[in-house]
Design a protein around this ligand. Structure first.
Ligand code: ADP
Length: 295
């Protein structure tokens, strides 16, 4: 019922006491390799919650690609749309500091070869989805092709990450556009000290049907043309925020497909995001519906 179109990366993670300055070297922990990428993360997050989920993505014909296919299948994701070859599997180089904040360098690899043609060839997957969710770790023209091929009645959710200016055609299809504060600032511009409400209003003026601004520990702001609603998160001990936004987006997209209103879906998604930051990693940290209920 949920189709995620997006990236699949191997996340190479090292913990550090602090990040190196230019020209400096710091020693970190042993390397850990996790399945990641925003598309793959969203698909696993939704499937773990119980959503019937498929992933349209491209990986390399290599060990990292196999790791990604294994993790998708283990979560119960339909991987018939995961294409292989064309370039090495995408890689994300991640450092995590003691406060749990992360910084990331992405080598897109095969993600950059997921083409509009691949989208057209996946019309079967698109046609059987109530909600389609995308991000921007694949070519922008591929994401635009998704909205051009969206069956009528299928809802489209976009997390524009990494952020960049978006064409009007893409913005008009978003219901909602889901951004954190950094993405909101890049896409909507405005004063550095503007409130989330100001940010959401500026984003709505660009044409999406609705906007959700995620606010970390503060939860999220839901904005439509008529209303703005703050949705709280749950107070938790944050261990690692990697992939929290992906879990939030996946949970929200799934709930919209089951008939929840946007504020209801965002409230559920905020709890899923909170659960995800209490454990290290991205996909490994994602909760089941039962764990979200127990939070
Ligand atoms: P991103 O990971 O994209 O930067 P956020 O940091 O806003 O996105 O996190 C997404 C969601 O995850 C938030 O809306 C919130 O529900 C949850 N979340 C993130 N960090 C925390 C935290 N420290 N405590 C509780 N919930 C959190």
């Amino acid at each position: 019922d949920l189709l995620v179109v997006g990236s699949a990366n191997a996340d190479l993670v090292v913990r550090v006491e602090r990040r190196p300055a230019a020209g400096e070297t710091v020693l970190g922990s042993d390397l850990v390799v996790h399945p990641g990428g925003k598309g793959a993360n969203q698909a696993v997050a939704a499937a773990r919650l119980g959503a019937r989920t498929a992933l349209l993505a491209r990986v390399g014909d290599d060990g990292h690609g196999e790791l990604l296919l294994r993790s998708q299948r283990a979560a119960g994701v339909d991987t018939t749309g995961v294409l292989a070859g064309g370039a090495p599997t995408g890689v994300a180089l991640i450092t995590v500091d003691p406060s749990g904040d992360n910084s990331i360098v992405v080598s897109p690899g095969a993600n950059a070869r997921l083409t509009p043609e691949d989208v057209r060839a996946a019309s079967g997957l698109l046609g059987s989805s109530r909600v389609v969710s995308a991000q921007l770790e694949i070519p922008l023209e591929t994401v635009v092709e998704v909205v051009r091929n969206l069956p009528s009645g299928t809802r489209f959710v976009l997390n524009p990450s990494p952020p960049r200016p978006l064409p009007a055609e893409l913005l008009a299809a978003c219901d909602p556009l889901i951004v954190n504060e950094h993405e909101a600032r890049v896409i909507a511009g405005g004063k550095p000290d503007g409130s989330p409400e100001d940010r959401a209003a500026a984003l709505l003026a660009l044409g999406p049907r609705s906007v959700v601004v995620t606010l970390g520990a503060e939860g999220a702001l839901v904005a439509t043309g008529e209303t703005m609603t703050r949705v709280p998160s749950v107070k938790v001990d944050a261990v690692d925020t990697t992939g929290a936004g992906d879990a939030f987006t996946a949970a929200l997209a799934w709930r919209l497909g089951t008939g929840s209103s946007l504020p209801e879906a965002a409230a559920f998604a905020a709890r899923v995001g909170a659960a995800a930051v209490t454990r290290p990693g991205a996909q490994e940290s994602y909760p089941t519906a039962e764990e979200v209920g127990a939070l």
